[in-house]
Design a protein around this ligand. Structure first.
Ligand code: 6PG
Length: 240
């Protein structure tokens, strides 16, 4: 499905993100009595999570998973869990039982990937379908810990993979795979800054792009792309 693209300042984008997630959440709770999200880290967390934390009504009833995590302890400054916890989940009072941290600091990363897949399936069923996936994008076009040209991108069977050789430090990570990200009811990508402009142009306007972002967007059911003016600066006016 072609993504809906919104270009605005970060505060407006964050409010749009909150509005869309709340509408999806109300609908999911009505239909399935369950609402789940998968979070990413990086600039997405620092720019958007504090705004999402403001309206607490939905979060105490939501299940929180991660799209990817770095092999650092949960208290580490580089932990995606730590960012989400301090900026969103703790201020919003989300019960710990609803927070499904990705244990990428485990000694046996392969085992941790299998266990996290089990946790997804136990909470969401088979195959696991998350309601809302929140993705940032790297300047190389990676999403979650799926990097351009990496073998993990071709995984179709498993939901969670151990990555031992991430080109972005740290090298060891856990990541959801393309089929799980794309199966979400909604995929929201948020990106800001000039450094992302070229890969956004490629992923959104070049149909043959094999960038991880392009691969997710092509397969996603309801993709929404939120960009500030710098990130959108190389897009054709009026869209693809
Ligand atoms: C990670 C993040 C990753 C992030 C992108 C973009 O662990 O690296 O979860 O998926 O969303 O790398 O990060 P920036 O927005 O900081 O460039």
């Amino acid at each position: 499905m072609l993504p809906e693209i919104v270009v605005a300042d970060v505060e407006t984008l964050a409010r749009k993100m909150a509005e869309v997630i709340h509408a999806d959440g109300r609908e999911a709770l009505r239909l399935r009595e369950r609402f789940s999200l998968a979070l990413s880290g990086g600039s997405l967390a620092s720019a958007f999570f504090p705004v999402l934390a403001r309206d607490r009504r939905l979060w105490f009833r939501s299940e929180f998973f991660w799209c990817d995590e770095r092999a650092v302890p949960p208290s580490h400054a580089d932990s995606n869990y730590a960012a989400a916890h301090s900026l969103w989940l703790a201020p919003a009072g989300v019960p710990e039982a609803r927070i499904h941290r990705m244990p990428a600091d485990a000694a046996d990363l392969e085992r941790a990937a299998v266990d996290y897949e089990g946790e997804l399936v136990r909470t969401l069923g088979t195959p696991p379908r998350v309601d809302v996936v929140l993705l940032g994008v790297g300047p190389d076009g990676h999403v979650a810990s799926l990097f351009p040209g990496h073998a993990a991108l071709t995984e179709e069977r498993r939901s969670v993979l151990a990555v031992e050789d991430s080109p972005k430090p740290p090298p060891r990570r856990l990541t959801l795979t393309l089929p799980v990200l794309a199966a979400a009811e909604r995929v929201i990508v948020a990106a800001t800054g000039k450094a992302k402009a070229e890969i956004l142009r490629e992923a959104l306007e070049d149909e043959s792009s094999a960038l991880p972002l392009a691969l997710v967007l092509k397969r996603a059911r309801h993709p929404l792309v939120l960009l500030d003016a710098d990130a959108a600066s190389l897009l054709l006016p009026g869209g693809p």
